[in-house]
Ligand binder design. Structure first.
Ligand code: SAM
Ligand code: SF4
Length: 337
C-alpha cells in the first residue's frame, strides 16, 4: 500500500512505512554564488526551457498538500534569484492544508525580499553562512560578498521571522577555526545554528572532499572546549540532532550523513527544478513529474497517482563514502539541498 486514509485525509507512506509529509522544492539550479562544496566553478545549468514554470511548481505543491504533505521548503540553487518567485511563495503560503512554508537561502537577496517573504507566510528560514571573514567567505563561495549577506541576515532578523537558523558546512583548513565565532554570532542574535557534514554530490574539479572532511564529532569536541552541550529531544522534522548550549540557550544541530546515518526516520522527498521527484538524496531513484504534468495539464489525479506510485521506489537509505568517486553525479544545487 502506498497510501491510506487518515481522519479522511490521505497520507503518503513508503514501503518501509515511513510517512512522507515533507517536500523540498528546488525552484532553480542557478545561483549567484559558487560554493566549492556545492558547484563546480564551470557549472552547466539546466536550459531554461527544461525548468518547471512557477505555475507548474505551484500545481505540484498543491497536489502534495492534498496528499498529506505538511511542510514545504523552497530551495535551489539560490531560490530568491528566480524571477517572480515571491508569487510562488504567496500561492503556496495560502494552501489550506499546509502546516509550514520554509526557505533555505544564501541571504544575498534578503535586504529586499525579507519583508515580502514574511508577508507571503514564510515562518522560518535557514540561511547558509560558512564564514564571518570576508576573504575566507569569498574563498568558500568563490564570488560571495560577506557584507551583503550579513546585511541580508540583519534584514531578516528585523522583519521578525519566527525562527532563523544558520547552516554552516565546516571544511578542514578553510573555516574550522570559525566554529566558535559562528556559534557566538548565532547566539548573539537569538538564532540557532546547524553544522552540515559535506556530502559527495557531483564531481568538483578543484575541491578534494575527503581532504576537507571535518566531522560533526570534531565540531562537537571543539565546541565543548567553550560551551556545555546538553542533549535535547528538539526536532524540526529534519535529520539534525540538537544540543542546547547551557551558557546561551542556543540550539546547535548536527546533520551527519556520514557519521550518523538518519535514513530510518526519513520523511521527505525532493523536487528538482526540472520536475524530477527524487526519492533519496543519496540515490538516483526518481520519477519524472514534469512529463505527467505536461501530458495531463488539467488532470491532477494523474499527478497524484504518479506521486503515490513513486513512494514504492523510495529506497531504504543512502551510503555515502567520501573516499570513493561520487556515486551521485548531480550537484547539490540541482538536488535542492
Ligand atoms: N543557495 C541556498 C543556500 O546556500 O542556502 C539554498 C540551496 S543550498 C544547495 C542548501 C544547503 O546545502 C546549503 O546550506 C549548503 O551549505 C548545503 N550544501 C550544498 N552542497 C553541499 C554538499 N555537497 N554537502 C553538504 N551540504 C551542502
Ligand atoms: Fe549557491 Fe547555496 Fe550552492 Fe552555495 S550552497 S553555490 S549558495 S546553491
Amino acid at each position: 500500500m502506498t497510501f491510506k486514509a487518515h481522519r479522511q485525509e490521505e497520507i503518503l507512506t513508503d514501503k518501509f512505512n515511513r510517512v512522507i509529509d515533507y517536500v523540498r522544492i528546488s525552484v532553480t539550479d542557478r545561483c549567484d554564488f559558487r560554493c566549492v562544496y556545492c558547484m563546480d566553478d564551470k557549472m552547466q545549468f539546466v536550459p531554461r526551457a527544461q525548468l518547471l514554470t512557477l505555475e507548474e511548481i505551484a500545481k505540484i505543491a498543491q497536489v502534495f498538500t492534498e496528499l498529506g504533505v505538511k511542510k514545504i521548503r523552497i530551495t535551489g540553487g539560490e531560490p530568491l534569484i528566480r524571477r517572480n518567485v515571491i508569487k510562488l511563495f504567496e500561492y503556496i503560503g495560502q494552501l489550506p492544508r499546509l502546516g509550514e512554508l520554509v526557505l533555505t537561502t544564501n541571504a544575498s537577496q534578503l535586504t529586499k525580499l525579507a519583508q515580502p517573504l514574511k508577508d507571503a507566510g514564510v515562518k522560518r528560514i535557514n540561511i547558509s553562512l560558512d564564514s564571518l571573514n570576508a576573504e575566507k567567505f569569498k574563498r568558500i563561495t568563490r564570488v560571495g560578498e560577506l557584507d551583503n549577506v550579513l546585511a541580508g541576515i540583519a534584514a531578516a532578523a528585523a522583519v521578525g521571522f519566527e525562527k532563523i537558523k544558520l547552516n554552516s558546512v565546516i571544511l578542514k583548513n578553510r573555516n574550522d577555526d570559525e566554529i566558535i565565532d559562528l556559534v557566538r554570532y548565532a547566539s548573539d542574535r537569538n538564532m540557532d545554528i546547524s553544522f552540515i557534514e559535506e556530502m559527495p554530490l557531483g564531481i568538483i574539479g578543484d575541491h578534494d572532499r575527503a581532504e576537507a572532511y571535518y566531522s560533526s564529532d570534531q565540531i562537537k569536541n571543539d565546541l565543548e572546549q567553550f560551551f556545555t552541550l546538553v542533549a535535547t529531544t528538539k526536532t524540526t522534522g529534519g535529520p539534525a540532532k540538537y544540543y542546547k548550549l547551557a551558557e546561551t540557550g542556543t540550539h546547535v544541530g548536527f546533520i551527519s550523513p556520514h557519521s550518523h546515518n538518519f535514513c530510518d526516520q526519513c520523511n521527505r522527498v525532493r523536487l528538482t527544478c526540472e520536475g524530477r521527484l527524487l526519492l533519496c538524496l543519496g540515490q538516483e531513484h526518481s520519477v519524472d513529474l514534469r512529463k505527467t504534468l505536461r501530458a495531463y495539464p488539467d488532470d491532477m489525479d494523474k499527478l497524484k497517482q504518479a506521486i503515490r506510485d513513486a513512494m514504492l521506489i523510495k529506497p531504504k537509505g543512502h551510503d555515502f563514502d567520501l573516499t570513493e568517486k561520487p556515486l551521485i553525479f548531480r550537484h547539490m544545487n540541482v538536488t535542492g539541498g
